[in-house]
Ligand binder design. Structure first.
Ligand code: DX5
Ligand code: ZN
Length: 225
């Protein structure tokens, strides 16, 4: 099933509550929340305290993307703040298997993100435990960057592995997704599409979400043919 996850990184941070409500009413499937610590990535955004207050505003699933070092120190805090999915970067977790267990113990769904240069093979011994794999299609830290085309191969390789193992793991893709390329990304095998600037810089964000979903569905249908 195709799902759209607008990223609030591209929203007006002085009016985050309104942005969350708009996304909830736009037919989006989840809200992608980019947490950055200024150490793993050269940018700093928000933490559990902001997520906790946004949680009061909306029922939409919170898809929390932790671009932070030592995420194991904060898993419970983000779960308590209302995260429904918690995604850690493979590059920040020497004990990845343990962190995945830690996330699942909170009741949240577990995701692992791979930077563009990180091979999918790092997931070989944990893929079976994952609800979601996040393929970064830009170098993390900022919205509005260009999609890295070679990630289409990584998406297809991971999709293949999920199929071979008969898993229900979803593939989320994040970075540089727009109306023009979302069909190809769906064709490669992606299930969940993060879109920041394509939604928040659109004239009509709700309409942008609808068009993105339509184009992803038609791209995925070509894959079925
Ligand atoms: C980048 C973030 C992405 C970003 C996507 O580090 O993880 O979620 O907000 O923004 P766009 O869709 O504008 O590339
Ligand atoms: Zn993200």
């Amino acid at each position: 099933m195709i799902e759209i996850a607008p990223s609030i990184l591209s929203a007006d941070f002085s009016r985050l509550g309104e942005a969350v409500k708009m996304i909830e009413n736009s037919g989006s499937d989840m809200l992608h929340i980019d947490v950055m610590d200024g150490r793993f990535v050269p940018n700093i955004t928000i933490g559990p305290v902001v997520i906790k207050s946004l949680r009061q505003q909306s029922k939409i699933p919170f898809d929390v993307h932790l671009m932070i070092v030592e995420p194991e120190k904060y898993i419970e805090a983000f779960a308590d703040a209302g995260a429904d999915i918690i995604t850690v970067q493979a590059e920040t977790c020497p004990h990845l298997d343990r962190v995945i267990q830690q996330i699942k113990a909170t009741g949240a769904k577990a995701g692992v993100a791979l930077n563009p240069s990180t091979s999918e093979y790092v997931l070989d011994y944990v893929l079976d435990q994952l609800d979601m794999v996040l393929v970064m299609s830009v170098n993390p830290g900022f919205g509005g960057q260009k999609f890295i085309p070679s990630m289409l191969t990584k998406i297809a390789m991971i999709k293949d592995e999920i199929r071979v193992r008969g898993l229900k793991t979803k593939i989320q893709v994040d970075g540089g997704i727009n109306m023009e390329n979302i069909g190809d990304i769906a064709l490669a095998g992606a299930d969940i599409f993060v879109a920041g600037s394509a939604v928040f810089q659109a004239e009509n964000p709700s309409q942008a979400v609808r068009i993105l979903k339509e184009r992803a569905v038609s791209g995925a249908n070509h894959m079925e043919e």
